[in-house]
Design a protein around this ligand. Structure first.
Ligand code: NAI
Ligand code: MG
Length: 324
């Protein structure tokens, strides 16, 4: 039995998490869910966006399944990643419809604990200042993770993304650390690009990428761009992994423009649950669910509007569950 902390959050977070539980409940695995609150509505109701109880239960769980927060995202998900010390955020950009999007398949390995996302901002006399923290230790850890990931998944290349021509000290440290770590992996090709050029190469040469390792902010931005290459934000899952905790969530946010309509694509969250199954050591079930998701998407019959169908979030999830 696995103890799962479930944090649906705001907007479509609630809808896609409910849909994902419909799928998980079809598996012959016993899950003990603890439903926890966090997000904008939670802040309105109880004064804080991320209650201590939510943090404590999440820390003690075997894994956390998270939906999305709204405007409180920095206080909720960015803080949760830091509290759980999940130092890596894995964001697979994989085309599930090769006929439409080609064979795009790369992994973004995003540093999850520092960079501008430490949120150290202050008002000054003439405006405002934000501090960007890059440490050697966190850079070593994330770069090593990326190379290990490449070895484990039979990839041949890791690309570091930074802006060391302008941010010479911070991003310079990240780049230099990357090439130091690369020396331990002589069989893996190591190269690097500036983040602005990467934003273009992802569109012009997406097949050239295998594993991207980058700092927090660039990873956030490039993963949404990656989503745009393979069918949108409804398609990209993510895993936040640390030494003691795993938190699994779609890359997208609370999508207020479609929230409450029951039309959000549940695939990103269902695939996040597959990453959770992998983390829990239930990879056979993870592959089974993935296979059915891919079949259902390509059949294009019972899918949500963003995938060209007219099914609701819950109808699509029930259809996926029915095929398991
Ligand atoms: P968003 O990711 O919520 O939505 C961007 C666009 O993608 C919207 O047009 C939305 O309708 C579409 N979209 C997203 N997920 C979808 C799905 N599953 N199916 C179909 N379409 C989908 O980003 P946005 O609009 O910039 O932010 C909305 C709110 O979410 C903000 O309050 C923001 O702070 C929060 N946010 C929270 C995150 C988190 O909790 N991890 C991450 C990103 C944003
Ligand atoms: Mg984002």
């Amino acid at each position: 039995m696995y103890n799962i902390a479930v944090i649906p959050g705001d907007g479509i977070g609630k809808e896609v998490v409910e849909a994902t539980l419909t799928v998980l409940n079809k598996l012959p695995i016993e899950f003990n869910y603890t439903h926890l609150v966090a997000g904008d509505a939670c802040k309105d109701d109880c004064g804080v966006a991320l209650p201590q109880e939510t943090i404590d239960v999440a820390k003690d769980s075997d894994a956390v399944l998270f939906g999305a927060a709204g405007e409180t995202a920095a206080d909720v998900i960015v803080r949760l990643r830091q509290e759980l010390n999940t130092f890596v955020n894995l964001r697979p950009v994989k085309s599930l419809e090769p006929e439409k999007y080609g064979d795009i398949d790369f992994m973004i390995v995003r540093e999850n604990t520092e960079d501008l996302y430490i949120g150290d901002e202050e008002t000054t006399n003439d405006g405002a200042i934000a501090r960007k923290r890059i440490t050697k230790k966190a850079s070593e850890k994330i770069c090593d993770y990326a190379f290990k990931y490449a070895v484990d998944t039979n990839r041949s290349k890791v690309t570091a993304v930074h802006k060391a021509n302008v941010l010479k000290v911070t991003d310079g440290l990240f780049r230099d650390t990357f090439f130091d770590i690369a020396k331990n992996y002589p069989d893996i090709e190591a190269n690097d690009f500036y983040v602005d050029a990467t934003a273009m190469y992802l569109i012009t040469n997406p097949l050239d990428f295998e594993v991207i390792v980058t700092s927090n902010l660039y990873g956030d931005i490039l993963s949404d761009e990656g989503a745009g290459l393979v069918g949108g934000l409804g398609m990209i899952p993510s895993a936040n992994i640390g030494d003691d905790n795993g938190l699994f969530e779609p890359v997208h946010g609370s999508a207020p423009d479609i929230a409450g309509q029951g039309i959000a694509n549940p695939v990103a969250t269902i695939l996040s649950a597959c990453m959770m199954l992998d983390y829990l050591g239930e990879s056979d079930y993870a592959r089974q669910v993935e296979k059915v998701v891919i079949e259902v998407i390509n059949e294009a019959k019972t899918v949500t509007p963003d995938l060209g169908g007219s099914a609701s979030t819950q109808e699509m999830a029930e259809y996926i569950a029915s095929k398991l």
